[in-house]
Write a protein that binds this ligand. Sequence first.
Ligand code: IMP
Ligand code: MG
Length: 330
Amino acid sequence: MLADVVVGLSYGDEGKGKVTHHLLKTGDYTHCIRYNGGCNAGHTIYHNNKKFITHHIPAGVFFGVKSIIGSGCVVNMEQFNAEIRMLHAVGIQTKGMVFIAENAHIITEDHVEEDSRDTKIGTTKQGNGPAYRDKYDRRGVLAKNHPDLQQSGYLIDLYDELHNSEEEPVILFEGAQGFGLDIDWGDYPYVTSSHCTTAGALLNGVPPQAIRNVFGVAKAYDTYVGAKDFHGASVIFDKIQELGAEFGATTGRPRQCNWLNLDSLKKSVNINGATVVVINKIDILRQANKWAVLQGQNEVFFMNEDEWTSYIENQLPNVQIRFSDSPKRI
Ligand code: IMP
Ligand code: MG
């Protein structure tokens, strides 16, 4: 089997969805698998001139590709059912197309209630942390044991599906959040509770040899949502926030903004094994008319876009870099 991975190189909200869509359009993939996280993630999809926001169901469903919520994920059944209804309402079939791995874990009402009281991390209050805690404490609820799922046709055994199928699977893994929020490599404790790196994809029943391309996604500037201080001091960051519409897809909270941190980016590219790096939303810096990066605590400024892109390319010599503008809105 073969697998490509779309992974966040920063703090989520890098535009991974755009890359996923671009890749799905090639028709190369048999499966699209979300490999980590819960409904803390928000995925905005522009499909047939309509805007959709999904939190659980991977984008493959919009392209007729089997879409699976993987074993590395935690699932809120209410949210899952709401997304199924949203898809049915626009005539998209989900039976035989959308699945939850039997060994994914369930986010319960108690998890959501507990997370709603968080003040320390600035979570999305979706019950993500408590659900993973209970998983690791060995008192979680497996998807296969959830009464609503047992006869639903939405459960899948990932081993059977990927290792015992006649057709060779070609998988697109969709990561949620990003490197700076990873439970092991992020800025602990200001992290999410799952494995956001490429390694997290391998927890979903795929051997390491299957990995082909790793598409790391970053933005022209960094953004972060949560309780720590991150926003740069200059008013330019307020302007970038506004120009880039940097407000959370799940919570509507403003995303704190700062220059692209090249030290973190390099580390993230290396640890994730990115083969291609996509840097999104270049048009926002163009509109702000300021070109800079952070490196070793310093702000490094450039005269223009060309100088900025060349500098970044020179800093990451071993990967292909694609600079890209914001997606067109409707
Ligand atoms: P949790 O994942 O809800 O527990 O939140 C932990 C941290 O991750 C908080 O700082 C959240 O704002 C952040 N976070 C979680 N999901 C996302 C996402 O999809 N985009 C950006 N930040 C996220
Ligand atoms: Mg997102």
